[in-house]
Design a protein around this ligand. Structure first.
Ligand SMILES: NC(=O)c1ccc[n+]([C@@H]2O[C@H](COP(=O)([O-])OP(=O)(O)OC[C@H]3O[C@@H](n4cnc5c(N)ncnc54)[C@H](O)[C@@H]3O)[C@@H](O)[C@H]2O)c1
Length: 297
């Protein structure tokens, strides 16, 4: 089965380089019309350049269709204009990949609150801005595929990235809720946690691994998650051609013998026992599993 994007309109944010560029090129190669958004900022989010234009030129040189947008995802008005531009030119928007991102790494003790806010503004609020701008369009079309970009830092933590972690795990929760809300309009919403050698991870990969962890090796997972037959509410890890699934689990738990913190301490091993744990499909399942536990199940 060939996965085609013929007739689809896709927006990829932060696609002037790195992962976003790889996604945009592959979507266009497979038939999508692609709006390449990028503010062209430096790694910390400052400054501005025409990064998106070069990617549009690459797509066009390969025979594809693309247009550029230099708006900031952190500005809702600019994202509304971006979506309106794609819709006016191509009749709709079927795919949104929220990929734009910045870093302001520092241990939390040394981090200014402005640096915390700036990272949340671009990753979390930026993704909400773009998603809000396309949501009604996708509802009307009864078709939408949205991908959030999380990170292993958000899912599992990483020293020096408290701001980034907060934003990135927020995106996974955002995606899972939108998957529930979008289901009846055939809007599927997934999350990717990529790992690739890009400007963002410059200096982190040893030189001998640079050729292995290319952005192109992440693109297959991203494209599958925005394809017609995509799952919804999935969280995939991807890098160097390896694709993994991440799950947020819940253990069976314990009914405390008495309602005291001492009883929690005494039951710690049983509370954290992973045998029989589940992956809830919505938050409501927590209360349901608690009731089941009270009934001795
Ligand atoms: N590279 C990795 O290993 C890795 C790991 C986990 C998550 N990620 C995530 O993947 C995404 C892509 O990162 P990358 O590694 O390709 O880095 P990158 O720096 O090459 O790409 C990010 C792009 O976003 C653009 N951008 C920044 N602020 C913007 C704004 N306000 N509006 C529009 N565009 C903006 C930048 O100009 C840049 O081109 C990011 O969300 C990042 O957090 C990357």
């Amino acid at each position: 089965m060939i996965i085609s994007f013929e007739g689809r309109v896709a927006i990829v944010t932060g696609a002037g380089g790195g992962l976003g560029r790889a996604y945009a090129l592959e979507l266009a190669k497979r038939g999508a019309k692609v709006l390449v958004n990028d503010l062209g900022a430096a790694r910390d989010g400052t400054g501005h350049s025409d990064a998106a234009l070069a990617v549009v030129a690459e797509i066009e040189a390969a025979g594809g269709q693309a247009m550029s947008d230099g708006g900031s995802v952190a500005d809702y008005g600019q994202m509304e204009k971006m979506v309106a531009k794609a819709k006016a030119a191509w009749g709709g928007v079927h795919i949104l990949i929220n990929n734009a991102g910045i870093l302001r790494d520092k241990s939390f003790a040394k981090m200014e609150i402005a640096d915390f806010r700036a990272v949340v503004d671009v990753h979390l609020i930026g993704s909400a801005n773009c998603t809000k701008a396309v949501w009604a369009v996708m509802q009307e079309q009864n078709y939408g595929r949205i991908l959030m970009t999380s990170s292993s830092t958000g899912l599992y933590g990483n020293f020096g990235q408290a701001n980034y972690a907060a934003a990135k795990l927020g995106l996974a929760g955002f995606a899972r809720t939108l998957a529930l809300e979008g289901a009846r309009h055939n809007i599927k919403v997934n999350t990717i946690a990529p790992t690739a050698a890009t400007r963002m991870t410059h200096g982190l990969f040893p030189p001998e691994l640079l050729g292995l962890f290319t952005p192109e090796t992440v693109a297959p997972a991203a494209l599958y998650l925005v394809s017609e037959d995509a799952p919804t509410a999935a969280i995939l890890g991807a890098g160097a051609g390896v694709v993994q699934a991440a799950n947020i689990t819940l253990t069976r738990g314990v009914k405390l013998a008495e309602a005291t913190p001492e009883a929690v301490a005494a039951s710690w091993a049983a509370i954290t026992e992973r045998e029989g744990e589940i992956v809830p499909q919505s938050g409501a399942e927590q209360a349901m599993t608690i009731l089941a536990r009270l009934q001795g199940n």
